[in-house]
Design a binder for this molecule. Sequence first.
Ligand code: FAD
Ligand code: NAP
Length: 320
Amino acid sequence: MSKQYDVIVIGAGPGGMTAGLYASRANLSVLMLDRGIYGGQMNNTAAIENYPGFSSILGPELGQKMYDGATQFGAEYAYGNVVDVRLEGQSKIVVTDEGEYTAKAVIIATGAEHRKLGIPGEEEYGGRGVSYCAVCDGAFFKNRDVAVIGGGDSAVEEGLYLTGLAAKVTVLHRRDQLRAQKIIQQRAFANDKMDFVWNAGVEAIEGDGSKVTGVRYKDKVTGETQVLPVSGVFIYVGITPLTKGFEHLGVLDEAGWIPTDENMATRVPGIFAIGDVRAKHLRQITTAVGEGGQAGQSVFDYIQSLQDETLKTGAVPSAN
Ligand code: FAD
Ligand code: NAP
């Protein structure tokens, strides 16, 4: 028989770890499962400057601090790639590649992952010049020219990080205006090592068979095709929700995000969702953390309501 918990948190990014902290501090038994390294997307972030209490902190360092905080009240952490959640009465069976766990409630905190461009050369040169993580791969391009594709916070902020390593960083954006926050834009425009190519429709990543040699793009205004010679291409064109395995629960919207109410409850009783995977506008560490705190409390209230129901009806609780 699988081990039983009050709540299983799927994903140990900032949202999931905060939920783990709140639920375990409320004396619930908690298991946090993650298929990667705890910390989530923060592990791919160089400097975080908008998390209160720190003027600047490295992403993995903040992840470690959150993990220490989350586990101090007894929340357990285990590796697990969750592939399914089954509903059996009020019980939730969380299925991983390696086994099953049972809980009264589940918090989905699986976050999001980078989107791909789907252009020629992207797959072929993956790991040979094409990257989605400046912190992981930037050092391979010391004193070389690199391109960044995208115009959001990730593209511009990670591009700025790359200026500390590369000879020159050229941002290719599909419009003539960035989407990134103004403060990040100002820094980018003031940085001598950063260039911009506006209205660039990127068509292909070119290489010599073993490594990247350039980016081919069409100027959307003039219609001219150009090749920008670079050794590395960093792609930051948005994110997509990680909700594979949850489709059958009926909690996803058409685009795959999970809508919730203000208590982080989905339409299935006992299933909550927080952080980047939620249908929402502002995807940040602070918002994930806030939602994690709320979900920890909501799970406590939910389990309390199951117990109240049991007392009223005298029935044996079916959730555990
Ligand atoms: P995530 O951090 O995405 O964590 C989700 C976790 O779930 C991951 O560890 C993943 O391995 C796990 N998981 C996914 N699927 C499964 C599964 N099936 N089974 C088990 N585990 C699973 N925000 C800021 O506030 N400030 C910044 O400076 C900042 N910089 C950023 C820089 C970059 C390059 C990127 C990509 C994002 C940045 N963000 C920043 C956004 C911020 O990182 C996210 O909003 C935040 O991490 C979301 O937290 P989360 O807990 O919802 O999910
Ligand atoms: P994003 O905000 O969705 O921006 C994606 C960028 O890629 C946009 O500029 C978009 O262009 C462009 N793009 C999308 N599809 C494209 C395509 N097919 N071809 C070319 N360009 C394309 O994604 P993000 O920058 O990865 O950020 C994700 C979330 O994390 C956001 O909520 C962001 O605020 C957050 N984040 C925060 C920080 C921070 O607070 N410091 C840092 C990083 C990320 P358009 O502008 O034309 O749409």
